[in-house]
Each structure stands twice: as structure tokens, then as C-alpha cells.
Design a protein around this ligand. Sequence first.
Ligand SMILES: [Zn+2]
Length: 451
Amino acid sequence: MTVSITCYGGVNEIGGNKVLVVDGDARVLLDFGAGFSEGGDFFNSGILPRKVNGAGDYFEFGLLPEIVGLYSEEALKNTEVRYEPPRVDALLLSHYHTDHTGRVDLVDPKIPVYCGETTALIDSAYAASGASPLKGHELRTFRTGDKFRVGHIEVRPVHVDHSIPGAYGFIVDTSEGTVVYTGDFRFHGPMGSMTEEFVELASAAQPTVLLSEGTRVADDADGTELKESDVALQTQKLLSRNGHLVFSSFRGNDLDRVSSFFDACEKAGRRLVVSMKVAALLDRLSDDKRLGVPRLGRDVSVYIRRKGKGAYDDGDYRKWERKFLDNGVTASDIRAKQNEFLLHLDQWTLPELIDIHPDRGGAYIHATTEAFNEEGERDEQVIRNWVEHYGFSYHQIHASGHAPMKRVAELVNGVGARKVVPIHTERADLFPSMTDTKVHQPVKGRPIAIG
Ligand SMILES: [Zn+2]
């Protein structure tokens, strides 16, 4: 077997993708993410892997593969695995979500990271606030239409629509056939046509293997799906009919969502206020005009969290935060004009409601996925308690970052590979009912031959 692919993560789980492609002496890794429930049997209830132990605490429970020549010296320092210079030639990132990038911090920084230009921009915003998993790696950026070689493996990144800008799938030409990797995708976002293009190009490559995500493949999969444009419309209606404060929680790096909320605000005559983290991202992404993100100051305001004794002194804020202080909005600004804002609060800024002390009758928009496990339900209940405490109403308005089951089936059938390997799904068993393409169920750590 000279060419093989091995899934070390994303097998019977959503997220945590780690796929190694080996073609003779060329080795390429597709994503290196952290699974959402990964290790939950051991690391849960506040028990976390020790950072100081690098990859060691993950190895203990088989949560990371013991691949020689992959990890940094630092990550292996306290483990039985000995450090060797890189034997993986490149790490390719499909997009900047933790379930695809979350373990890159353990990878040898001598291994170059290939990612989209937008991913590099997003990363630079995160790096400024000290939270980049790609720190230390050389970033080699691409755009759709590019082609690059790693040894004798040729890679074509093709854009797809997902809930973060700069998401890609890959068409990987090996010496014994083509491997297509979808990354995460949907068709119902503002850039759904990009996923259509991906399907066309992938199909033209007549691939041997298709690795497809299947996040929303499920028994009770219903066909109804909210589009991102529906989110904007429903939000606008809510903003118009509510005469009090409206606040929301959503993933701050979902720039489509920021744009939807901005649109809704414009039409309803409100002002969108985002956290400093989101502001830092918008600030950086405004460098890429093609993305057309809402402009800070002009379109969107920044919420300034009280950090000192209430004086909002420069000295109380970190360096990257200080540039936002001048044009920011504070708790008392919001309190004074509650019906003029849509406020984005995340887990770090939610307690600001205590300072804002909003009048009863406002609305909360839950703009993230509904809970799918007990832990998520617990988190959701906490938010519901806050919402109830302040006498707000609770509204679920969300468009998923992932295609529903029938669109996944369309992609699989459209690409028409010789076989499909379901990953990033808890229901790989349902794939055979979706398609005539032969389904190869992956086993964690077991190579699949190409050719
Ligand atoms: Zn994912």
C-alpha cells in the first residue's frame, strides 16, 4: 500500500478532524482539530488536560495519535514518545474552527501550515489577543483556484460556504488516485454557490475517495432549514416590534451572522454592539475588501466592559483593547437608550447585564445551535435563567453552518467518488441509505488504501 489515508479523529464524532494522507515518502495532514466531546469521559466536570504535560495527558487516553515526527519537542517533553524531526511535510487547514485547528498548538512548528488567506487574517486577530493555535508556524496562504505541491502530492483548495469566512475543501491528487476532502460545508449560506462549485470541480477530478462531513446526518433529520437570510429577516421583525433592549449570543467569528444582524439593525433602526473580540476580528478583516464585513465605528459599535473602578482607564485594558475605547459604548450608554441597540454578549460579557440593568420586556436571541447533549442543555438552562431573571423573552433564530442530510446526500452523489468515507458525524451508519456510492466506514487509526 503506497498511498493511504488514516482518520485519527472525526470518526463517529462531530469535529476533531485529523486525516493523514501518505503517498510514498510524502505525508500531508488535513486539519488537526479538537473534538467537541473528545475525551469527555475523562476530561469533564472541570478536569482538564494539564497544559504543562503537552500531548502526554491526551496520549494517556488515546485522544491523540502517537505519530512520530509530528509533535513539537515541547509537546513531547514529559511523554514516552521521543522527539524526532518532522516526518509530516505539511498541515492543511480547511477553516479556522477549533474542531479543525484546536490541537495545532502541539504540532512541531517546523511543519508549515497551509491555509486560506482569510484564515491567516483571522488568526492574526486572534494572535493579537494572545489566543492563536498556529503560533510559531510558517503560514503558506492560498486562495481558491491555486494549486500547490507537497512532495509529489498536488493539492487544489476550493472554497466552500460555511459559518466562518475562508472555508475550503481540498482536491488532493496522489500517485494512485484523487482524494477529495470536504471540510465543513453548507449550501444555504450567503455563499452557497461556492459549495456548488466545489462539487463540480471535485466531480470533474473523478476521485477515488471522498471524505465527507455529515454533522446533520440523523434519523430525525427534517428538511426545514433556516437560511442565513431568514435569520436577518426574523431578527429584523423582532427588533422592530420589541420596544426594549435586545441581546444575543452567537459565535463571534461567524461573520455572516454579524452581517445578518447588522442588516437587521439597519432596517429596524437599531445599532449593533459587539464585544472587543469581535471588534478585533472586524478590524483585521476590513483589510480584505472582498469580504465586505461591517465597518467598525460606522456600522457597528464596540461594547466596553467595565474593568476598573468605573472610569474606563486605558491602564485597565490590554494593549489590543485600548484602540476601541474611544468609540465604545458602555453599560450606562445602553441603559439610557435600551430600545436603540442589539447587543452581542458572549459567556465573558454576559454578566454585564448586571451593570446595564435592563428594563423587563426585552428579548434574547439564541443564535447558536440548539443543545444536542446534556452538557449543552445545562449551558442553555443557565442562559435561560439569566433571560428569565431580567424578564426577557427567549427566541431561537439560527441557520446552521452545516448542510442538512439531504444536501449532504446531494454532495456525495454529485461528486460520484468510487467510495465515500463519512467523517465529522455521529451517524456514519446512515450514509449507505443516502447514496449508491460505496461507503467505507473509517476506523480510528486504521489506514484506508487508495487505488
Ligand atoms: Zn467542524
